[in-house]
Design a protein around this ligand. Structure first.
Ligand SMILES: Cc1cc2nc3c(=O)[nH]c(=O)nc-3n(C[C@H](O)[C@H](O)[C@H](O)COP(=O)(O)OP(=O)(O)OC[C@H]3O[C@@H](n4cnc5c(N)ncnc54)[C@H](O)[C@@H]3O)c2cc1C
Length: 490
């Protein structure tokens, strides 16, 4: 098949993580022909990221450090069965960079992922598209965050899940939320010494969500498991504490820790600060949905309880665009099991139009599970709020947009001297978010710094301006040129 050829299927699923796997499987069970497009070379997405079985060290298993691995193994085995019969076409190492919707069909255009050998199809045409692109680390800049040795917490997880080693490194994990615990455990597993885990919020922040936490015993068990790792390795867990400055030039040499007040501000006195000698910093400020394709397709979006932009969907996970459903992290950050359940419901609704859905009893069970998981996620977001006024930690020369080297001072000048009062104008005046990452890394922070200049919160419009990309991901010029040969949707 030539690289530019177009596949025709009934459903295109973008994303091979928990939501996409379960969507593809449900649609295939319903008898629909599915293309599963995934930028990753192996199924599993972020949660079930695992090393290449060929490169496992002696004694190492694919499932090391994983949770709910049996759920993944079962889904993967079923999916492989459908791939063998041709019902599911798994386009591994294929990145969707654009989506065009016509009256009755969509065309999803593809490029080869950076590590993929070959592009099997240039585009996929289908009546229905289910987007399950997940999310990525929500990055907050801090003075020194561009020094080598600073990593996003999710990036640390990805590195370790892929079998990476960090022997002899001295690390601090800082930010907010329960994800700091698995990251500290992963660093330890990879051979690093974790000097401290710094949680910006007070422990009392969890009290308001106790009810929803108690309804999720599996999450409590996970937290206990990580707590035991911290105890066994004598890793201090410091609450109301944040890394507010990272020291070093060509590598990290240490960090300044500051005390965070109950209202989210930083205690200014020098006595409330301390220094840690580390050479690795993991910054974990939560995740934010990847909405590039959803926004490009014109889907409605809103600001979620954690401040991130999420896709608006109905009870069946249909977006505001006909023929386009969205499931998983892109509808709100809430964990892998919720993504699995949402993916199943989304595909079931699609299948009920042309095939057979999962049935009312199963759908009701899924909705109840999602309600519990969503309540837990809300409690988690409430307890893991970003410290109010974190933008005040930034020096004028702290880089916010790394691709275009736009500093906090540049953004403040655009607001103060040039009169910008929204992220779109700041983007136009400073080029923040116009580089290689197209605002994926700096989008959230640029909106927050802009909003702080006007003493307001960032809005959905601010965030949408930083999520709007003509190309949802970088594309090779050859693939772009070849896409001319394929017809648009009808
Ligand atoms: C870096 C990182 C590490 C994480 N680690 C953990 C962890 O250890 N434990 C935990 O509980 N939670 C973790 N999470 C959160 C967890 O990933 C989610 O709760 C869960 O995986 C959501 O499932 P999903 O299917 O919505 O998305 P994901 O699992 O993110 O899957 C999305 C998939 O879509 C693919 N994709 C995205 N865009 C495109 C595109 N344009 N074209 C083709 N494919 C595309 C991605 O490659 C990925 O395979 C992590 C998140 C991130 C970002």
């Amino acid at each position: 098949m030539p690289a530019t050829s177009e596949l025709r299927v009934e459903v295109t699923v973008v994303g091979g993580g928990p939501a996409g796997l379960s969507s593809a499987l449900t649609a295939a069970h319903a008898g629909l022909r599915v293309a599963l497009v995934d930028a990753g070379s192996r199924l599993g997405g972020q949660f079930w990221r695992h090393p290449d079985p060929q490169s496992l060290a002696p004694g190492q298993a694919e499932s090391d450090g994983q949770h709910s691995w049996r759920v993944f193994e079962r889904m993967r085995a079923q999916l492989r069965g459908f791939i063998a019969t041709g019902r599911v076409l798994h386009l591994a190492g294929h990145t969707a960079w654009s989506i065009e919707r016509g009256e009755s069909a969509s065309v999803v255009r593809l490029t080869r992922s950076w590590d993929a050998v070959q592009l099997i199809a240039g585009s996929v045409r289908s009546e229905h598209v289910i987007l399950c692109p997940g999310g990525y680390d929500r990055q907050l800049p801090v003075p020194g965050w561009t020094v080598p040795g600073v990593m996003a917490a999710g990036g640390v997880q990805a590195l370790v899940k892929n079998g990476g080693r960090l022997d002899g490194r001295r690390a601090v994990v800082t930010g907010t939320g329960p994800f700091l615990l698995p990251v500290a455990a992963a660093l330890t597993r990879a051979g690093a010494t974790v000097v401290a885990v710094c949680e910006a919020n007070p422990p009392s922040a969890w009290l308001t969500g106790t009810g929803s936490v108690l309804r999720m015993p599996s999450k409590i068990a996970e937290a206990l498991e990580f707590g035991l790792v911290l105890g066994r390795h004598r890793i201090p867990y410091r609450t109301r504490t944040a890394v507010t400055r990272i020291h070093g030039t060509d590598h990290v040499e240490g960090v300044t820790l500051s005390r965070v007040r109950a209202d989210g501000g930083i205690v200014p006195s020098a006595g409330a600060r301390s220094h840690l000698e580390v050479d690795l910093v993991a910054l974990g400020w939560g995740f934010t949905p990847d909405l590039g394709l959803a926004v490009a397709a014109g889907a409605e979006v809103r600001r979620d309880v954690d401040g991130s932009l999420v896709a608006v969907v109905d009870d069946d996970y249909r977006s505001s665009v006909a023929g386009l459903s969205i499931a998983g992290e892109a509808t709100g950050v809430g964990g892998a099991m919720m993504a699995v359940h949402e993916g199943e419901l989304a595909a079931s609704a699609v299948a009920s139009e042309t095939g057979v859905g999962v049935g009312p009893a199963r759908a009701a069970r899924l909705r109840r599970a999602i309600a519990r998981e969503r309540a837990f996620a809300r409690a988690m977001h409430g307890a893991s709020a970003l410290p109010a006024g974190w933008t005040a930690w930034l020096d004028p020369d702290t880089v916010v947009c790394r691709c275009e080297e736009v500093s906090a001072g540049d953004i403040r000048n655009a607001c103060g001297d040039l009169g910008a009062d929204d992220a779109r104008t700041v983007k136009a005046l400073t080029r923040a978010g116009m580089g290689w990452c197209q605002g994926r890394v700096c989008g959230f922070a640029t909106c927050e710094v802009t909003a702080s200049c006007a003493a307001r919160s960032s809005t959905a419009d601010d965030l949408r301006a930083m999520s709007k990309r003509v190309l949802a991901s970088p594309v090779r010029l050859g693939d772009l040129a070849a896409s001319d040969d394929t017809q648009g949707p009808r």
